[in-house]
Design a protein around this ligand. Structure first.
Ligand SMILES: [Cu+2]
Length: 352
């Protein structure tokens, strides 16, 4: 009896020591893993991150996005002239829904993309040009492109769902009216397809052009990274706080023109406040005469317009949502205004 009790004791002590030795041998590895962890996704892909993965991952495909590059990039398409002299602009837009993006340090989000980015490319044309979009859906779900603007019903991207895994559709219409318009997927549930990132900006320039300016695009967006139909992050151009950490460099006494589009879902309003200045505001950009001179506009879903301003004094100026919750969750940035030693703006080449 006593003998068997002591052998149990010896066995228990041995097991304890074995576990302790195992712990000390592998302790280095355990502490290393608190720095970086590997996550195996639903389809077997591997993600290595130091943060928590809040989003179900479909593949390990990752993507990079540079908000500074996006800011001033305009896609004029492949240009050709039709027999009647009209300009034709052709684009290829590919939809995908399996990309993963680190939207904030350690927070990975499954983005659905047009041409691999959120927002998709800024499509730009002159009023009266013919736009032809070769749309390819390489996603796993149905998607479309629904443009705001004037076009025939069958080009509206609503009643012709484009199947995934290579489905194709050609959207063709005349660019108009003059202004700044969003485009986005129009497959139900619409909020889901939009909030994951299937949207972009479509600019239609007037034939006579606009005054030369330092031009930029800001898409106001929200990211619902935990699927509770409330946004966890807000941003101008997708990455929260990006333009606060990387101020936008502009010159004093130089005209700045911002094409701003509100794509935030779930919250009924968003807004845009500029510090140390006021701007001329052209709602939807459809009129060449500004409707307001203000430092504050309020925008509902897909509301958009053109802002124009010049800074008089060099220095740092915030721009942000005056809905403070949004600015504290990422929708905030800085214009770093430099003394204007030489006019750097080149003539905007409309219709190039
Ligand atoms: Cu879609």
């Amino acid at each position: 009896m006593t003998k068997s009790r002591s052998s149990v004791m010896i066995m228990a002590i041995s097991v304890f020591f074995a576990i302790s030795i195992t712990y000390f041998v592998f302790a280095g590895d355990i502490s290393a893993q608190s720095e970086e962890k590997s996550f195996v996704t639903h389809t077997g892909g591997v993600i290595i991150t130091s943060g928590e993965v809040l989003d179900p991952l479909y593949t390990s495909a990752t993507m990079d996005f540079d908000p500074m590059e996006y800011l001033r990039t305009f896609d004029y398409g492949e240009v050709s002239i039709l027999p009647d002299g009209t300009t034709l602009r052709e684009y290829t837009i590919v939809a995908e829904d399996d990309k993963v993006m680190e939207v904030s340090p350690g927070v990975f989000y499954n983005v659905w993309t047009y041409n691999g980015s959120v927002p998709g490319p800024t499509i730009r044309a002159t009023e009266g040009d013919i736009i032809r979009i070769n749309f390819i859906n390489n996603g796993s779900k149905q998607h479309t492109i629904h443009f705001h603007g004037i076009h025939p019903s069958e080009m509206d991207g609503v009643f012709e769902p484009v199947g995934g895994n290579g489905g194709q559709f050609i959207y063709e219409f005349e660019a108009g009216p003059v202004g700044v318009h969003p485009y986005h997927c129009h497959i139900m549930p619409l909020e889901e397809h939009i909030v994951h990132g299937l949207y972009g900006v479509f600019i239609v320039d007037p034939k006579e052009g606009r005054a030369p300016a330092d031009e930029m695009v800001m898409v106001l967006n929200g990211l619902d990274t935990d699927f509770d139909t409330e946004n966890n992050f807000y941003a101008a151009n997708t990455i929260p706080f990006y333009y606060q950490h990387h101020p936008i460099q502009i010159n004093a006494e130089e005209l700045i023109r911002i094409y701003v589009v509100n794509m935030v879902e779930f919250d009924p309003i968003n807004n845009f406040h500029l510090h140390g200045n006021l701007y001329k505001y052209y709602p939807t950009g459809t009129d060449l005469v500004p409707s307001f001179y203000t430092d504050m506009i309020t925008l509902s879903q897909t509301e958009r317009g053109i802002m124009e301003f010049e800074y008089q004094y060099p220095g740092n100026y915030l721009f942000h949502a005056h809905k403070v919750e949004f600015s504290e969750k990422g929708w905030i940035g800085i214009f770093q205004v430099h003394e204007n030693k030489e006019q750097k703006i080149e003539e905007v080449e409309y219709g190039r």
